[in-house]
Design a protein around this ligand. Structure first.
Ligand code: FPP
Length: 241
């Protein structure tokens, strides 16, 4: 089967999962963390090298303060509880997103996770936290503008490759597959540059219910797609279609 190298997931539906059970939205996020653990494990077992998870978007600050606090705390708890295990499993942890507005305690935990696992090579877990695709591109453009203004680079040398390298995902291959749970069919400002040629799979299950079988279903759909990257598939050329 044709397995994607990089899978990115928009983990949607925690709130609805909780609502269906008459519980607070935060209990959906808590259950969502269990699905995160399972997804990392499944990715490793299924031979997926890079897994990017959209944990907190730059727009999520607009949620009620207690929900924002809860999401921050859940990330902290996840890193504290799971970092040693991830390291044992040879998983490299990276974080993408704007770090400027994060509190120092969360920032130092994230840095610690990245530094501890820097040399790990079996698998990569990329956590998109305070991440927005437009913000990623804007920060990359600003960086290149500053370098050009300082005379470090020639503005005419700025091409797609240079911009890609200035993004948070600089040395990560573009996602082959983007999965979104909960039945919504939007990209929501997630990896908008990097997912230019990704395949999209939308699953009806809510994120807290996402398990190994759902991951396999997404991979099955991906394997059935013809990726052409703007060209014509070789077999179609041969058939003259
Ligand atoms: C979308 O559900 C989910 C989020 C905004 C947050 C996802 C976060 C986690 C799963 C937990 C923390 C992550 C890590 C990596 C430890 P929603 O609240 O928008 O659901 P709704 O659309 O049903 O309201």
């Amino acid at each position: 089967m044709n397995t994607p190298q990089h899978v990115a997931i928009i983990m949607d539906g925690n709130g609805r999962w909780a609502q269906q059970r008459g519980q607070a939205r935060t209990s959906g996020h808590r259950k969502g963390v269990e699905a995160v653990r399972q997804a990392v494990k499944s990715a490793g077992e299924l031979g997926i090298k890079y897994l990017t998870l959209f944990a907190f978007s730059s727009e999520n600050w607009r949620r009620p303060q207690n929900e924002v606090n809860d999401l921050m705390n859940l990330l902290k708890i996840f890193v504290r509880r799971d970092l040693a295990e991830l390291h044992r499993e040879n998983v490299r942890v990276r974080v993408i997103g704007d770090r400027k507005s994060l509190k120092s305690d969360i920032l130092s935990l994230l840095t610690e996770a990245e530094e501890l696992t820097r040399e790990n090579r079996a698998q990569e877990l990329i956590i998109a936290f305070n991440y927005g695709g437009r913000d990623d591109i804007t920060r990359a453009a600003r960086l290149l503008a500053i370098q050009a203004a300082r005379g470090e680079i020639d503005p005419s040398s700025i091409n797609e490759d240079a911009l890609s390298r200035a993004l948070d995902t600089s040395d990560v291959p573009d996602p082959d597959l983007v999965i979104r749970t909960s039945g919504e069919q939007r990209i929501s400002n997630f990896l908008i540059w990097q997912a230019a040629y990704a395949e999209f799979v939308f699953l009806p299950c809510l994120w807290p219910d996402f398990g190994r079988a759902d991951f396999e279903e997404a991979l099955r759909q991906y394997a059935g797609r013809k990726r052409r990257f703007g060209a014509v598939a070789e077999q179609d050329l041969a058939l003259g279609s």
